[in-house]
Design a binder for this molecule. Structure first.
Ligand code: DX5
Ligand code: ZN
Length: 218
């Protein structure tokens, strides 16, 4: 069973509530919320008030993708705002193990993201402690980028690592996912796919985008 996590970064923020409800009705299983600080990535996106608003508007799990330096400074604020899953980047925190324990101490799921240039080996020592491993298939910071196909062997490598060390951990991919690339990512071993543009910028609206994606990976 593959989970689709719509990234609201590509939504029309003027009509956010409407679009989130449409995605939920079309079968979204969780929402992916991209937080950018203009430091870890060269862009600034959204923050705590949006998470609070999302929490009021949907009962689906909210997954935070924290593309921020030293995410440990904000973990508790995002959990208080309504996060269910908190993903931090391996590259952004010097004490990754402590940050994971902080998230899990609040009984929330802990995820770790890897940029395209970060080797899998850098998280081997903490792999047994996490609930979600995120393999980035673009350089984080912007929606609408092209899927980096050379990440497919890395997704396979991640799947093998999880089979060996943490069979319950989800394997998520994020960046450039559409009806062409989603099947490749799934075939390589992903069980959660994030998609922004392919869902919210679809000409047929979020329902149409989500359906197309579901059909592609069925
Ligand atoms: C990129 C973000 C992604 C982004 C995906 O830095 O982490 O979640 O929203 O957008 P698309 O699906 O348009 O590549
Ligand atoms: Zn993301």
């Amino acid at each position: 069973m593959i989970t689709i996590a719509p990234s609201i970064l590509a939504a029309d923020f003027w009509r956010l509530g409407e679009q989130v409800t449409a995605a939920e009705e079309a079968g979204a299983q969780r929402f992916h919320i991209d937080v950018m600080d203009g430091r870890f990535v060269p862009n600034i996106s959204l923050g705590i008030p949006i998470v609070e608003a999302m929490r009021r508007g949907t009962s689906l799990p909210l997954e935070m993708h924290l593309m921020i330096q030293e995410p440990e400074r904000y973990v508790e604020s995002f959990i208080r705002a309504g996060a269910d899953i908190v993903i931090v980047h391996q590259e952004a925190t010097p004490h990754l193990h402590r940050t994971i324990q902080l998230i899990k101490g609040h009984e929330k799921k802990a995820g770790v993201g890897l940029n395209p240039s970060t080797p899998m080996g850098t998280i081997e020592d903490i792999i047994a402690d996490i609930d979600l491993l995120l393999v980035m298939t673009v350089n984080p910071g912007f929606g609408g980028q092209r899927f980096i196909t050379s990440m497919l062997p890395k997704i396979q490598q991640a799947r093998q690592l999880l089979q060996r060390c943490n069979a319950h951990c989800e394997l998520e991919v994020d960046g450039g996912i559409d009806s062409q690339t989603a099947p490749l990512a799934v075939q390589a071993g992903a069980d959660v796919v994030v998609a922004g543009t392919a869902i919210f910028a679809d000409a047929a609206g979020p329902q149409g985008g989500l359906r197309r994606l579901m059909q592609a990976i069925r």
